[in-house]
Unconditional design. Structure first.
Length: 97
């Protein structure tokens, strides 16, 4: 979390909004549901990323049209975060998959 976002993410208004939105989605990942899978949603994601400029704009931060409940994998995809996974080959070497 960026230092400029800490105050917002700890705010009562965000916590209330986040919980209400997750409940409205039955606590299920929206992208998984589109794929026909049932997976718990863990992160309420902002479709339009928060920035130091828009973090005080409730039309961006608290607007349900800008939110999406995602599982950890889909949230990582949304931010293009690559999870490295490893395996051990037959010689005992650790390699990324």
């Amino acid at each position: 979390m960026q230092p400029w976002a800490v105050e917002f993410y700890k705010s009562a208004s965000w916590k209330k909004c986040r919980e209400a939105y997750a409940k409205s989605q039955s606590y299920l990942c929206e992208r998984c549901r589109q794929e026909g899978k049932i997976t718990p949603g863990e992160i309420v994601h902002h479709r339009t990323p928060l920035t130091p400029t828009n973090i005080t704009d409730p039309e961006i931060t608290l607007n349900w049209d800008n939110l999406q409940l995602l599982c950890r994998d889909h949230h990582a995809d949304a931010h293009a975060i690559k999870h490295l996974r490893y395996k051990i080959d037959e010689l005992g070497h650790v390699t990324a998959i």
